[in-house]
Design a protein around this ligand. Sequence first.
Ligand SMILES: [Fe+2]
Ligand SMILES: [Fe+2]
Length: 224
Amino acid sequence: MATTIETQSVDQMGGPGSVLARQRRDHAEMDRLMDRYRALEDGTERERVLKQVVQLVFSHAFAEETVLWPAVRRAVADGEELTSRVEEEHQEINDLVTDIERLEPGTAEREEKVTQVFALIRQDIRDEEDLVLPRLQEALDAARLRRLGAAWETVRRSAPTHPHPGVPRRPPGNAVLGVPLSLYDRLRDGLGLGVSGPWGRRILSGLVGLLVSGAVAAIVRKRR
Ligand SMILES: [Fe+2]
Ligand SMILES: [Fe+2]
């Protein structure tokens, strides 16, 4: 009988390198950061923590969608239904964070959206730890859970760190577009460009436009 990974020991989950243990560590960090945001009053520090939440959540979810959910669909009988549910949650998180990044910090409307997105992130964590990951654990042995963990981690480390409306949630579209989008996001993070930096945004948008069109052309060529 599948049981939540919330209360399992690291050994039960297949060791620290298993995808289950890696997921739970990231989820705990998201939880810690969201609590820290709530506890803070200073605007600058709060914004920094919110940015950390967004970067962690988006790189984590991108690696789930490109590596983990396809593995669940291959290994678990009702994998399609289970992964559709978490993909819908990811889409809602994507939409809310897109709005948050457009709104002025400190406004009531933005705070309301932050509250909504934190609740959704927590719901997504519960669905993964209680429903999806235990089913994957039933289907794969510890060695395969560790191999999947290594693959998930590799993608996560170079994944996009912000929402991108319109990018498909499933491979191959998300995987191909992920490369230029990740570069765009990481340049943006590294340069410390807020959404209010019009010139930086314009230059980076031009760059990503070129890269995305190159990636789309590559997909079209491959399919022919
Ligand atoms: Fe997760
Ligand atoms: Fe998720």
